[in-house]
Design a protein around this ligand. Structure first.
Ligand code: ZN
Length: 497
């Protein structure tokens, strides 16, 4: 006789297979689908996600979850029940009509946003932000929250995190980062970057990115690298992980760090325990923890002095002409140039977080009724001035730059900075456990670090909630200290502060 637990898992595996199919269709939509395929693909995605929603909220699933809770379960089984129940509860609480209305409103809003951005016309888009905020507020009310509606939205992307704790840690980095950016600007030190503006053929860029990803231990027999306008990583299973990047002949480091970043995400997916495939026990914890894996590889490893010791000869071998008059030290300095810029996705690893803090404060303010969408252009520009000392000439390069709000995604942005903070904490723990880590990196031996991440972060899947995982691995709760110390140490010497 099968237990209630087994019945839950049997039903959940189907949900998980539907997610896999949705991921594959989504991947194809962004990479190979011909443009005219959009309408039928949209319908197919809606049908499959409706099926997944039905299955996870079905009476049978609810009853089996309830009964499974009173069975005596092994630790791994408890993780599965806890997390499946969590998804099911959330899905049950949000009325189907509200989900539909969000999908319809955001699909119209995306069109308005694209046009408003082209025409630099924020007033055309602002009412749509108000509409989506109103709908997401209804989601928050339906789901429930402790202190403020934003808690319920953040919880979708960073389960169990609270707005209050996130705000406190973000506030602790704002002052030091603003100050550091100013000190760097007045240092008078400017890295040489002219050689990065030369022509770098795309095939060679691809070769260089693949070389780095292979060194990191990304398994190309269980993954692929393709091209899409907005780079991402998705997976259909532990053994099928898809990365994308974009290429520009005059921006070789954009694709290079893009590939390292996505391969960092990909290693997390390839690192799950195959025994638990298709269950929460074999899945990633949160967007913030996911981002910690990409950022750790991209910045702490890929932008380190040690990394360029081993990788410079690779770079010079792939691009002998472009690198003919360039030194290892110059590449290292160039890829760590700090410069306040208007566009988040082009920002360096310091100012990036100020872009996120700005968005977090705006989102929170919207849901606290501190201001309405119509005020956002002014609020945005004021904060840009305060944080980075620059103001966009128009809203196209300001409040209209990101697609997230037109999707109705509020609560997503903070996970980027949470990822940077987690990454610094994990990296410090790895340095503690792996003596000589930076010497290994300088020799191109990246697998010991990959294996450490696998053991401590990838294999445990959702065993620990994000906050507990950080405490478990590092011995400390989430803190900005490691990140600030890392940034300070690195840029003090780069900019001779
Ligand atoms: Zn990422």
């Amino acid at each position: 006789m099968s237990t209630h637990y087994e019945r839950v898992m049997e039903m959940y595996r189907e949900v998980s297979d539907l997610y896999g199919a949705l991921a594959l269709m989504g991947w194809d939509q962004e990479t190979y689908m011909p443009p005219k395929g959009a309408a039928s693909r949209g319908r197919q995605l809606a049908t499959l996600s409706g099926m997944a929603h039905e299955r996870i909220t079905s009476d049978e699933m609810r009853a089996a979850l309830d009964s499974a809770r009173s069975e005596s379960l092994a630790a791994d089984e408890e993780v599965n029940i806890r997390e499946i129940a969590r998804s099911s509860d959330r899905a049950v609480k949000v009325p189907v009509d509200l989900v539909k209305s969000i999908a319809e409103t955001s699909s119209a809003a995306i069109g308005v946003w694209i046009k408003a951005r082209q025409e630099d016309d924020f007033p055309a888009f602002a009412p749509w932000i108000d509409k989506l905020v109103t709908l997401q507020r209804q989601v928050a009310e339906a789901v429930g929250y402790e202190d403020e509606p934003y808690d319920a939205l953040l919880d979708e992307y960073e389960p169990y995190a609270t707005t209050k704790d996130t705000a406190a840690v973000f506030e602790s980095i704002r002052g030091p980062l603003v100050d550091l950016v100013q000190r760097i600007a007045s240092s008078g030190v400017r890295p040489r970057t002219d050689f990065l503006e030369r022509n770098y053929p795309i095939d060679d860029q691809r070769r260089m990115g693949v070389t780095a990803a292979e060194r990191m231990g990304f398994d190309f027999e269980a993954g692929r690298l393709d091209i899409s306008p907005h780079p991402f990583c998705t997976h259909m299973g532990v053994q099928d992980v898809r990365l994308t990047t974009r290429y520009s002949e005059t921006l070789p480091m954009q694709s290079f760090y893009g590939v390292i970043h996505e391969a960092g995400h990909g290693l997390y997916e390839q690192g799950h325990d195959p025994v638990h495939e298709g269950t929460p026990r074999g899945a990633s914890v949160s967007l913030g923890i996911h981002e910690s894996q990409s950022r750790l590889w991209e910045n702490m490893v890929g932008r380190s002095r040690a990394f360029w010791r081993f990788f410079f000869p690779e770079f010079a071998a792939v691009f002998p002409d472009q690198a003919a008059d360039v030194s290892e030290e110059e590449v290292y300095a160039a890829v760590n140039e700090v410069k306040p810029s208007l566009i988040r996705v082009e920002a360096d690893e310091i100012t990036y977080n100020l872009h996120i803090l700005l968005r977090f404060e705006i989102e929170r303010g919207l849901f606290m009724n501190e201001f309405r969408a119509g005020d956002l252009s002014a609020v945005w520009n004021e904060k840009m001035k305060a944080f980075l000392g620059i103001e966009p000439p128009g809203d196209r390069d300001g409040v209209l730059q990101d697609i997230h709000w037109s999707h109705g995604s509020f609560g997503y942005f903070p996970t980027y900075t949470l990822g940077n903070l987690y990454a610094a904490q994990f990296y410090r723990a790895a340095e503690r456990d792996l003596p000589g880590l930076s010497d290994q990196i300088a020799r191109g031996e990246l697998l010991p670090l990959r294996d450490w991440l696998r053991d401590h972060i990838h294999r445990p899947g959702m065993t620990h909630r994000a906050g507990d995982l950080v405490r478990h691995v590092t011995g400390e709760p989430l803190t900005a200290d490691c990140f600030l110390a890392y940034i300070d140490g690195k840029y003090r010497s780069l900019y001779r502060l």
